[in-house]
Design a binder for this molecule. Structure first.
Ligand code: SF4
Length: 225
C-alpha cells in the first residue's frame, strides 16, 4: 500500500496497513504518524486526547519502547514527557546516552486510564489492546531500524519478546530476539517513582542496565570504523 493511501485505509485496519507499507518500503514516518492519529483498531482512542506516536531521529542507533503514554503524554502528544520521562532522561544522561539521538515510543499509542476524583489514573492495557496496537510499534521498528532496542517494562518485553520473558530475570542482558542486533530489557522508569525508600537503588540498577547498552553501542561503533 502506498503512503498516500495509508490515511485513507479504514481506521480499524490502519495498524496492519502501516506495517505492510513499511515492510514494502513505501511508508515514511510522518505519513504513518498521520495515519495513526485516526486509528480506531481498539477502544482506547475514545477516552484519550490523541494518539501519542514515537519521537526521535529516523533511523536511530537506539530505540526505547515503553508501555503506553501517561497523563502528561496524552495531553502533550509526545512520549516520555511526564514524570517517568524525567527519570528516563536523567538515567540516560548518567549512562552517557544522548536522549536526542534515541527514538522513544510505546507499545500502545493511546492513554488508558480510570477516573479517581479529578485525576486520571493509569490502567494497564489488556492483551487485546496490546495486540491491536502492536503493528504500530512494529512499523516504527521497520522505519527506525535501531542497532539497539531497549524494552522498558513487562508490557513492552512481553509484546515484542514473548510471554515467557521476565524483566526481573532477564534485565540487563542481551536477549535472543530478531528486532535489532542488541535487544535488552530493563524496568519501566515509572517503577522507580513507585519504589519508595528503594528509589535510589532502583535508579542505580536502571542506569547500570542502560550503561550495558551504551558500552555495546560504543564497541559496535569502533568495530564498524
Ligand atoms: S491504542 Fe493503538 S490500536 Fe488502539 S486505537 Fe489507539 S492507536 Fe489504535
Amino acid at each position: 500500500m502506498r503512503p498516500a493511501t495509508l490515511a485513507a485505509a479504514p481506521p480499524e485496519d490502519r495498524p496492519t496497513a502501516a506495517l505492510v507499507a513499511a515492510r514494502s518500503g513505501s511508508a515514511e514516518l510522518d505519513e504513518v504518524r498521520a495515519a495513526a492519529a485516526g486509528c480506531r483498531a481498539c477502544d482506547l482512542w475514545a477516552r484519550a486526547t490523541q494518539t501519542v506516536f514515537g519521537k526521535g531521529p529516523v533511523p536511530a542507533r537506539l530505540m526505547l519502547v515503553g508501555e503506553q503514554p501517561g497523563d502528561r503524554e496524552d495531553v502533550e502528544g509526545e512520549p516520555f514527557v511526564g514524570p517517568a520521562g524525567g527519570v528516563l532522561a536523567r538515567a540516560l544522561e548518567e549512562a552517557g546516552i544522548d536522549r536526542e539521538q534515541a527514538f522513544v515510543t510505546n507499545v500502545v499509542k493511546h492513554f488508558k486510564w480510570r477516573p479517581s476524583g479529578k485525576r486520571r489514573l493509569h490502567e494497564r492495557p489488556n492483551r487485546t489492546e496490546v495486540g491491536a496496537c502492536l503493528p504500530w510499534v512494529q512499523t516504527e521498528l521497520e522505519l527506525v531500524r535501531p542497532e539497539a532496542l531497549v524494552l522498558l517494562g513487562a508490557t513492552a518485553l512481553n509484546a515484542l519478546g514473548g510471554p515467557e520473558l521476565s524483566v526481573l530475570r532477564d534485565r540487563g542482558q542481551a536477549l535472543d530476539l530478531a528486532q535489532a542486533p542488541l535487544v535488552l530489557t530493563t524496568v519501566h522508569p515509572s517503577s522507580i517513582l513507585r519504589a519508595g525508600e528503594d528509589r535510589d537503588a532502583a535508579f542505580g540498577a536502571f542506569v547500570r542496565d542502560l550503561r550495558v547498552v551504551q558500552r555495546w553501542l560504543d564497541r559496535r561503533a569502533l568495530s564498524l570504523e
